[in-house]
Structure formats: structure tokens, C-alpha cells
Design a binder for this molecule. Structure first.
Ligand SMILES: [Fe+2]
Ligand SMILES: [Fe+2]
Length: 389
């Protein structure tokens, strides 16, 4: 253990310095989970940040497991596994035979033996769960447990700093978001108000889908920020959207990744980041940046894709005229299942049919919606029926 302790103290000093100098919290947490894995010779280490008030996982930093597979653990499952009942830590001797661990083959349950988790209060309802996994069954020594606890506490301090900073920054941030979107949209008269309208449609759809208040707020922020990655892009390129050459198009296609990178250090907006990252994916998998398909695309991003396209069609751009509402509706219907998640298009059609005022339309302007809604419903029924033939 002598050697482990010297490594631990080295890591501890480095992390303390990083917190003190205000380094990026996400990177500090990445360093912590990576070092815990190394020092304790573990298979993997994960730091979850949960919001017990909103009952959601706010963020997850891991080492030794892929992000995508772990993303499948939802809040309820996570809390069921690590039900601490007021204890300081939870020890699972053998994940293979423990009824709390669901049969998630994708997280490599078969390769996981013991799990040791410790818990931390952060701020407000935020709580940290730090878990270390071993490929065999193995209990931590008292010294190893102290290492886990000490580095986890360092992570919580970094988060406390960053979250209270987020609290103070929230109002400023909202103004900044507005400023960013205004600055972005000022580049082109026709994009003026685009982000706010996308945000309003996204909020309506979230409410119609009965998402929680927190998720609805996330959708609204996602709408406001979805194109934030365009902020640093050359005006010349942005003015020519629609008639770009291949090289210019490749640059524009970077904006979801750049946007996600801008938001990454802001823990408060961690739920918004994947929506920004994936708002140009297509339901059939032919979108960008990752070519995700169907339900692999985060639900919020699928909602934004519909809202983004709908608003763009209605507002028009320099290189294509604005469409009539009915033409935009027909295009959404035609793109349902290829570009768009059909259930989300149907939800938007329901809104236009039943409560058009909530999305800023009049009942008279939405007179055509009934027929297109029935067509979409029929084509969805046909697709479902064909699955059983
Ligand atoms: Fe975009
Ligand atoms: Fe957009």
C-alpha cells in the first residue's frame, strides 16, 4: 500500500490544485475516476451526479466503461442499486448474484464482481454517487476505502464550487444565451427569432408529451441554444446556407459538436448538451454528427429536429422562400420516419389540431391539419401492421 498512498497523495495534490485554480470540473472528475481505477486496480470507476428533487441523473463521468452502455441506467435503477438507507457506503460483493443489479448485459455484468459505492451531498438536492467496480470479488481495505472517500470528496468540492458558481451565473447565463442567440441571428435577418421560436415549439411538444417540468425547461433551453455552435462561424458561410460547397458544408456540420463543447463545462446545462450535439441526426440514421438512428437519438434531440425544420420552413431563408403552413405540415408528414421521429411529428400535429394557440397559431390557419394528421396516423398504422405480416 505504500506505493498506492504515494500515488494517492500525488493525485490528491494535483486535484486540489486544479480545484483551487478553477479548472474545468468535468476534467477534474475525469481525472478522479481515472486515478481511482488505477490506484485501486479496478475495472472501472463512475461518478454519477443525481438530482434527488427532480429524480434525474444530471451527469455521469466514467472510466473503464463506455458512455453509451451506461447511459441505459435510469435514475430509478441507479437509486435501487445504491439505496444507501443513510449509510456512508454500499458494498455489493458479487454483482452476478445480487438482485439489485439488473440484467444489463451491455454494462458487462458478467465481467463485474464487487462494487463499492460511496455517497456525497453536493448542493441543494444534488448528490454524488462514486462507485468502483472490480472484475473479481474483492473487498476494499480500510486504507483503500479512505482513498475512495477522499478523492470522491475532492470531486464533490469541485462540484459544489461549480454549482454555486452556476447558481450565481444562471441569470447572467440566461442573458448571455439571449445575447448569443441575438448575435447569431443578427447575422441574417431571416433567422431572427429562429431559436426562440424553436424553443417555444419544443416546450409545447414537451408539455404535450407530459415530460416533467425540468425536462420541459431543458427542452426550452435546448431550443434557445441548439445552434450556439454557429457563433464562431464565418458570416460569409452562414449567409450562404443552402448553397454551400462541400468544404463549407463540412464546416457548418461541425456546429453541433462545437455547441456541445461550449456547453460542456456548464454542469447546470448538462442535460442540454446532448440535445445540441444531436439536433441534426435523422431518424433513419443518415444525419450528423454521429449518424445515430431511431431511439438511439436522445428524445430531446428528436424533438428539436422537428421544431428546427418546422420553424425553418415557415420562416424561410435567404435562398428559399418561406412556406405556407400547410406545405410545412405536408413536408413534416413526408419526412416522418425518415428525417423525423413520426410520434413527435404526430404530437406536433395534435397540438396544431387541438390547441394551435399554444404554439402561436390560429385555429383558422390550422384548418388543414385534420386531413394530414389522419394520413400520418394511417401510414403509422400501416407500418405497425406490416411488422406482423
Ligand atoms: Fe443546427
Ligand atoms: Fe436551427
Amino acid at each position: 500500500m505504500d506505493q498506492d498512498y504515494s500515488q494517492f497523495f500525488k493525485v490528491f495534490r494535483r486535484v486540489s490544485k486544479a480545484i483551487h485554480t478553477g479548472e474545468n470540473t468535468h476534467e477534474i472528475l475525469e481525472r478522479i475516476v481515472e486515478n481511482i481505477s488505477e490506484i485501486l486496480e479496478a475495472k472501472g470507476c463512475i461518478f454519477w451526479i443525481v438530482d434527488q428533487g427532480q429524480k434525474s441523473i444530471k451527469n455521469m463521468i466514467s472510466h473503464g466503461f463506455s458512455y453509451r452502455s451506461l447511459a441505459e441506467i435510469d435514475y430509478a435503477t441507479l437509486m435501487a442499486i445504491f439505496d444507501d438507507r443513510g449509510e456512508e457506503s454500499v458494498f455489493i460483493e458479487d454483482a452476478m448474484y445480487d438482485s439489485r443489479i439488473p440484467n444489463l448485459d451491455k454494462i458487462g455484468k458478467k465481467k463485474v464482481g464487487s462494487i463499492q459505492a460511496v455517497f456525497f451531498d453536493i448542493v441543494r438536492d444534488y448528490r454524488g454517487i462514486l462507485a468502483v467496480y472490480f472484475s473479481k470479488t474483492r473487498k476494499l481495505t480500510k486504507g483503500e476505502h479512505d482513498i475512495l472517500q477522499a478523492l470522491g470528496e475532492q470531486g464533490s468540492i469541485a462540484l459544489q464550487k461549480s454549482l454555486s458558481y452556476d447558481d450565481k451565473m444562471l441569470d447572467t447565463l440566461k442573458q448571455m444565451v439571449e445575447g448569443f442567440t441575438l448575435a447569431l441571428e443578427a447575422k441574417d435577418e431571416q433567422t431572427h427569432g429562429h431559436s426562440i421560436r424553436v424553443a417555444q415549439y419544443a416546450k409545447c411538444i414537451a408539455q404535450a408529451m407530459k415530460l416533467t417540468a425540468a425536462q420541459t425547461e431543458t427542452m426550452y433551453h435546448g431550443g434557445l441554444l441548439h445552434d450556439i455552435g454557429k457563433i464562431g462561424m464565418n458570416d460569409h458561410i452562414l449567409e450562404r446556407l443552402g448553397i454551400l460547397n462541400r468544404k463549407e458544408m463540412d464546416i457548418v456540420k461541425q456546429h453541433p459538436v462545437i455547441g456541445a463543447r461550449i456547453l460542456q463545462p456548464l454542469v447546470f446545462l448538462s442535460d442540454v448538451e446532448p440535445l445540441v450535439m444531436h439536433h441534426h441526426e435523422r431518424y433513419d440514421g443518415s444525419g450528423y454528427p454521429e449518424g445515430l438512428k431511431g431511439n438511439d437519438i436522445p428524445l430531446g434531440a428528436r424533438i428539436l429536429t422537428v421544431c428546427d425544420a418546422f420553424e425553418t420552413m415557415l420562416a424561410g431563408r435567404k435562398h428559399f422562400a418561406k412556406m405556407k403552413l400547410e406545405d410545412a405540415i405536408v413536408n413534416l408528414q413526408l419526412g416522418a420516419g425518415s428525417q423525423f421521429d413520426p410520434e413527435i411529428v404526430l404530437t406536433l400535429f395534435d397540438i396544431l389540431d387541438l390547441q394551435p394557440e399554444s404554439a402561436g397559431f390560429t385555429r383558422a390557419s390550422c384548418g388543414c391539419i385534420g386531413i394530414h394528421k389522419r394520413r400520418l396516423q394511417n401510414s403509422l398504422k400501416r407500418k405497425t401492421a406490416s411488422l406482423f405480416i
